[in-house]
Design a protein around this ligand. Sequence first.
Ligand SMILES: [Zn+2]
Length: 430
Amino acid sequence: MRRALLILLGACLVVAAAWGIHSLPGTVSADIGPYSFTASSPVAATLLVVLFVLIYVIGRLLGFLLFMPRRLRRWQDRRNRRYGDLAVTRALVALAAGESGDARREAGRARRLLGDTPQALLLAAEAGHLAGREDEAEAAFRALARQPDAAFLGLRGLLRQAVAREDWTAAAAIARQAESAHPAAAWLRQERSALALRTGNWIDAVGLADADAPKAALAAAASGQAGNGVQRLHLARQAWKEDRTLPAAAIAYAVALRADGRSARALAVLRESWERAPHPDIAACYLQPLHDGASRLDAAKRLTKHNPTNVESRLVLARTSLEAGKLDDARFHADAARNTGLNQQRLWRLMADIADAEGGDSEAGRIARRDAMRLAATAEPDPVWHCTACGTPHATWHPVCPACGKPATLRWGAPTAILSTTPILTARAS
Ligand SMILES: [Zn+2]
């Protein structure tokens, strides 16, 4: 209705204008060079309107032709964007469905239509990875890493590839680059932590471990890699404070203290550790600076002062008594250890050495030694380190289980005790 009214109003205006032009009086004359032109006013006015319309139409036409290439380009861009977005969606769907061929084709189309945008490059890389074409994925990740805003995405992909092919040097270098590109990324922290554990970079491993993670084992190992005495002492003290029952922590702290000239404190640390959880390595570290038998025996007595009846104390006292030539004491402590129910190979090896020292080259001595060695052959195995996660036994302590890669899982004990505490499934698997 409104439109009809407007049309009616327009028609009225046109009729009024036509009538107005038609009623114009007089004529219009013009002289252009040798030509002269005379027309009535209505005709001249009509010609003027027609001329104006003609100029307007020609102007529009020229403008259209002039801007035609730009218009075409814009149209092409819009079309590429539309089909490119479609290709991105299809590539995402193909990736989600695990269809590597479709994913690569659509990702390639997206790159052709949209150019090397971060989305297109990431899709191309993921599609290449899905198809097992790691070189193709790497090229796309590298192109992505060169883009300032999306560098982290590219570096993340390159890091994942380096870890997959176990190229730890490259992985560590890429992780450092990624750290500078996106310092606060939680994922990167986890990756760097895992890398540090894999490459045995214990200093980084301690620094990157979660706040609530047990750090004693890592810090003890890290102190051995410290660049200077201050750092070594700091890490060793951290390990010791974290877990005073871990022999490696006590030994690391004692070694750092000795290097710092604080031998008395080092011995106190080892004594405290022995009192809490005696281990032969602690005794070895305690006695290590001493070389004559009498001094070593005296030191062993000081070490075991608070728990002299402990089996480990008995064994250390027996061994050092033997070294000092105190054979009666050696025999006494060895028998005391056996009376606690100990029946391990190390006890019988000790018994054989005592018998050897007691009997010398005599027949009785040889028989006593042979009997002890025979008992050693059938005795229980000696305690070992074992992983509480996978159950694998290890001859020496490690901050990370060499079998399963888990940190701080090694415990020391008799193999029979280990078998009874290892989960059935993991025990079977190993
Ligand atoms: Zn393990």
